[in-house]
Design a protein. Structure first.
Ligand code: 16G
Ligand code: ZN
Length: 533
C-alpha cells in the first residue's frame, strides 16, 4: 500500500491554502508563486505515481511560469518520451491539488491508486528542473519532499530551460536503446544540436552576428553555453541577461512582449542596427520570436507563422530534392490564430491542419504526418519526424549527388531539432540554417508573404465558461445565436475573419479579427467584442 506515515508527516509541512482552487491547465499549474507550496509537494507525489504506473520510467517535472511576471510560478509534468503529461492525468492532478487537508489528500490518493491500478511496488524515478525565478528553490524543496514521501528517486537537473528538461527525460528513457536520443546531460544536448548545426552550415558563408533578447531569464544561461559550443560558426550577441536583477524577468522584453505589443523591446533600441536580425526568447526558452529592422530602421516582426512558412517550405524542398516526395509527406499544423496570409502561403505548398490552441493539440496532430511542422503564432513550435520517416532516411540509397546531399541535410535536421517540445534555441538554429541555405536576410524572409492586418482583444465577461467552440475554436456553439451574428458582421469586411474563444489561462474571452485593411481589422474586432460583452 501507500507509505501513509511518510506521506502524512511530510504533507503536514505543506498545507493547502484554504481559499484557493487550483487547476492543472494547458501549461500545468500556474499562479502566484506564494500559494504554490502544497501544489509542488503533491506534484512530487503524483510524479512518483506516474513513474510507477509507467513501470519505473523517468518522469520530468519543470518548475516555471514561462513568460508570466516574475512573481508567478508554476509546475508541469513531462511524460517519458519528453512529451507533455497525458491529458487524462491532468484531471487527477487537479483533484489531488485541491484536497483540503492531509487526510483528504491521502484518501484521494488511495482512491486514485486503486482506480488507476498503480502497482506501488514498482520503482519511481523523476528528473526535475527550475527556471531562474527567486521563488524556485523553496518550491523545488517542496517537490523533493513529495518525492521523498512516495519513495521516488529524484535527479535534480538544476536551473535550466524547459526544452532541456524535456530533452533529458527522453534521453534518460531511451539510453542504451536503438532510439537513444542523446547523452542525458546538458553537454549531450549542446553537443547534439551544435554538431548537427555545424554540418548543416558547413561551406556556407558565416552570417552576421545574431542578437538575442534573453528575457532576463534562464535562456541567458543556455544561450551563453550554446555560444561556446557554436564557436565561430555563428556569433551570438546576448542582451537582457540580468537573471539576478529583481523584477527584470520578462519585463518589457522577451518573446511574449514582442508578440503581444508588436514592438522592439526598448532595451534593444540602441543596439540593433538597420538591416540586422534578432530574436527574443521567453522566460523558459521554449518560445521564439524573430524580428529585423528594415533599411529604414522600421521594426518588422517574424512570428511563429513566419517561422513555420520558412521551415516547412525548406523541408518540402529538401524532401523533393532527395527524391522522397512520394514516400515522405510533410504537413503543417496551426491554430486559428495563424495569420490568414501564412495559411494561404503554406496551403499552396503542403497540407495544413488547424487545431485548438495549446501545444498538446498541435503536437498530437503533427504526429499524424511523416514530417509534421507545428508552430503557434506566439512562437512555440517544432518539427516531428515519425519513426518510419527516420528509418526511411537512414536506409535510403540516393541515386544522384543532389539526392545524397539532400538526405544528409534531412538527417542532420532530425538531430538539430528538439522533437520533444518547442525549443527556442533549437528553433533558432533551425531558422539560421534555412536563412544560410537560402541566402536570405530578414527582409527576404519577411517577404515570403505579407501579414494580413489583425487585432486581438480580450473581453472580461461574467462567465467565460458559457462560451463553447467547435471547428478548432473557429466557431461558437454557445451562447446560441451568437455565431450567426458574428458571421453577418464578418461578411461586411473585405478579407474579414473573426473568432471568439474563452482563454485557457486567464479569466477572459479572446476576440481575434483580420481584414485587408488595418482599421477594418480593428473595427471588426471591437464590433465582435461588443457582441460578446
Ligand atoms: C498556454 C499554452 C500555449 C497557448 C496559450 C494560449 C502550452 C504549453 N501552452 O500558454 O500553447 O498558446 O496557453 O493561452 O500548451 P490562452 O488560452 O489564454 O489564449
Ligand atoms: Zn515558455
Amino acid at each position: 500500500g501507500l507509505p501513509v506515515a511518510s506521506i502524512k508527516e511530510l504533507s503536514q509541512k505543506h498545507p493547502k491554502p484554504s481559499d484557493i482552487k487550483f487547476t492543472y491547465g494547458t501549461a500545468g499549474f500556474r499562479t502566484l508563486a506564494s500559494v504554490l507550496d502544497s501544489v509542488l509537494f503533491r506534484v512530487g507525489v503524483l510524479a512518483g505515481l506516474r513513474s510507477k504506473k509507467l513501470d519505473g520510467k523517468t518522469i520530468g517535472v519543470m518548475v516555471t511560469a514561462s513568460h508570466n511576471p516574475e512573481h508567478d510560478n508554476g509546475v508541469k509534468l513531462v511524460d517519458p518520451r519528453g512529451e507533455m503529461l497525458e491529458s487524462s492525468w491532468e484531471t487527477h492532478a487537479t483533484t489531488l491539488s485541491n484536497a483540503s487537508s492531509t487526510d483528504e489528500f491521502i484518501t484521494a490518493l488511495e482512491a486514485f491508486v486503486k482506480d488507476a491500478n498503480i502497482d506501488l511496488s514498482k520503482p519511481a524515478s523523476v528528473v526535475y528542473a527550475m527556471d531562474t525565478r527567486p521563488s524556485g528553490p523553496p518550491l523545488v524543496s517542496a517537490l523533493e519532499d513529495g518525492l521523498r514521501a512516495i519513495g521516488a528517486e529524484g535527479r535534480n537537473a538544476g536551473v535550466t530551460t524547459t526544452p532541456i528538461l524535456h530533452y533529458l527525460v527522453r534521453a534518460i528513457n531511451t539510453k542504451g536503446t536503438a532510439e537513444a536520443y542523446g547523452d542525458d546531460s546538458e553537454h549531450g544536448y549542446y553537443t547534439k544540436l551544435t554538431n548537427a548545426f555545424k554540418k548543416l552550415v558547413s561551406a556556407r558563408p558565416t552570417p552576421p552576428p545574431l542578437l538575442i533578447d534573453c528575457a532576463n531569464g534562464v535562456g541567458a544561461n543556455a544561450a551563453k553555453r550554446l555560444a561556446e559550443y557554436l564557436g565561430d560558426t555563428l556569433s551570438l550577441v546576448l542582451e537582457n541577461t540580468s537573471i539576478t536583477t529583481p523584477g527584470a524577468l520578462n519585463n518589457a522584453c522577451g518573446a511574449d512582449f514582442v508578440k503581444t505589443s508588436q514592438k522592439l523591446p526598448s532595451s534593444l533600441a540602441n543596439i540593433i542596427k538597420p538591416g540586422q536580425r534578432g530574436c527574443s526568447l521567453d522566460g523558459d526558452a521554449d518560445r521564439l520570436m524573430y524580428f529585423h529592422l528594415d533599411d529604414h530602421g522600421q521594426f518588422r516582426m517574424l512570428d511563429g507563422d513566419k517561422i513555420a512558412a520558412l521551415v516547412a517550405a525548406f523541408i518540402v524542398e529538401l524532401v523533393k530534392a532527395a527524391g522522397l516526395d512520394e514516400s515522405i509527406k510533410v504537413g503543417v499544423v496551426q491554430t486559428a490564430y495563424a495569420n490568414g496570409a501564412s495559411t494561404k502561403y503554406l496551403a499552396e505548398r503542403l497540407p495544413v491542419k488547424c487545431v485548438s490552441t495549446g501545444v498538446k493539440h498541435l503536437h498530437h496532430a503533427a504526429e499524424h504526418y511523416d514530417v509534421g511542422v507545428y508552430f503557434e503564432a506566439n512562437g512555440h513550435g517544432t518539427v516531428l519526424f515519425s519513426p518510419e520517416t527516420l528509418a526511411k532516411l537512414a536506409d535510403y540509397q540516393p541515386s544522384t549527388p543532389t539526392q545524397s546531399t539532400a538526405v544528409e541535410h534531412l538527417v542532420n535536421l532530425t538531430q538539430l531539432i528538439n522533437q520533444t517540445v518547442g525549443d527556442a534555441l533549437s528553433d533558432m538554429l533551425l531558422v539560421e540554417v534555412v536563412l544560410a541555405h537560402k541566402a536570405y536576410g530578414g527582409l527576404e524572409w519577411d517577404s515570403l508573404y505579407v501579414d494580413l492586418p489583425n487585432r486581438l482583444v480580450k473581453v472580461v465577461v461574467a462567465d467565460r465558461h458559457i462560451f463553447k467552440t467547435e471547428d478548432a475554436e473557429r466557431r461558437l456553439t454557445s451562447p446560441v445565436g451568437l455565431q450567426a451574428k458574428i458571421d453577418s458582421l464578418v461578411g461586411k469586411y473585405e478579407g474579414g475573419r473573426s473568432f471568439v474563444r474563452p482563454s485557457g489561462t486567464e479569466d477572459v474571452v479572446r476576440v481575434y479579427a483580420e481584414a485587408v485593411v488595418k482599421s477594418q481589422a480593428d473595427e471588426l474586432a471591437f464590433r465582435v467584442a461588443g457582441l460578446v460583452y
